[in-house]
Design a protein around this ligand. Sequence first.
Ligand SMILES: [Zn+2]
Ligand SMILES: [Zn+2]
Ligand SMILES: [Zn+2]
Ligand SMILES: [Zn+2]
Ligand SMILES: [Zn+2]
Ligand SMILES: [Zn+2]
Ligand SMILES: [Zn+2]
Length: 436
Amino acid sequence: MASDDECYDYDYDYDEAEEEEEEGVGIGDDDDLLEEDTPAPDRPADCWAITRECLSAAQQQELSVVTSLLNIKQHNARALLIHHRWKVDCIYDHLDRKGRDQMLREAGIILREDNNSRAAPSITATCIVCFDEFSLSDVSMECGHCFCNECWTEYFYASLDTGKKQIRCMGEKCWAICDEAMVQHLLGRKYPEAAQRFERFLLESYLENNETVKWCPSVPHCGHAICVGAGERYCEVECPCGVSLCFNCGEQPHSPCPCAMWKLWEVKCNGESENVNWILANTKNCPKCFKPIEKNGGCNLVTCECGQHLCWLCGGATGFKHTYTSIEGHSCNRFVGEEKKKVDNAKRQLHRYTHYYDHFKIHGDSFKAEQEKLGPAIEERVKQLESDHGRLLFRDADWLTDAHRSLLRSRQVLPRSYVFAYCMFDGKGRRRRTCP
Ligand SMILES: [Zn+2]
Ligand SMILES: [Zn+2]
Ligand SMILES: [Zn+2]
Ligand SMILES: [Zn+2]
Ligand SMILES: [Zn+2]
Ligand SMILES: [Zn+2]
Ligand SMILES: [Zn+2]
């Protein structure tokens, strides 16, 4: 028990000092400390994960702010928010500077001028799409365009299939956005599945056009979206399901490389460009059958599988009669310098790439090993520590897990630092002006 007490004292002092520094209040109650065993959030960025339901609620809240602020319907509020990338502040700002009507016009939102122009419900008209008679109590949009419900329904259904998130009026050259409630209502009567899809689309529009929310990229999807605070768009975030990503580009985390650099690196690794360089440096194409030929030492005359002889220095077709230094009837000495320089340069570039790629790969493998082998070993050790000593030592075990997490994080940054170095410097220690 003696060691447990020591440990407890240490914890106590540590926490008290920290608390006093932050808030000027010490902790008097010992029980508080015992309860406080959740590790402090160690994410540098201001980010949090939310579920689909909360996302819906968050979206609804922003919509109602705008509908009541401007006295417009929900579909118009949504169009306005999408136009301003879901930044309510931005809408306030435009409202101040331009006024309500101009702001709405600029966002392509058309409001019905006069609500009294609606015809009495008993009168019928001819739908100009299908030429059937329809009651004027059928749906008409805010822009004043009327069609029969049957035609609207088919139109909405077809629009959804094109993947459009905002359905515009069927009227010729009319850009008014259709009332969501009407779309939902009409689709629901004939195509309930499409009505659900439309609802999903509306929720997704919140994410696609919003710079501060993103779906977790996990497959199968874990059901979370990740939000970041203002100004945190370039951070790396981790979903509770364990998947982490660069919030800006949605790829796996890639610090210290900026998004664009990482993309180039991936293209380079997946592409054939380095192979092409290798082939350039080590092979020639036969002037007759165009197959690549490798040279394994010897004189400068090489012979292709097809029987064609060629000069290795310039790649030109030659006869077979030759000595170690010359080929009969062939002279290419004046090209040697140029050709050799080109080959040397390709070799140098390839060498540089393989150097950085090797280190990138080796450190990446170390990360995997420490995740797959050390991880379970540490879990095992933590369990053992906890069962050996009981609750008071719980934090010791926590530190072990934290240390492993930090190690893994650093292990991930290390390989990527080679990518950064490869892209940023030209091989002589000078900074590059552009990425390769
Ligand atoms: Zn019709
Ligand atoms: Zn219209
Ligand atoms: Zn997730
Ligand atoms: Zn990125
Ligand atoms: Zn050949
Ligand atoms: Zn020879
Ligand atoms: Zn030659």
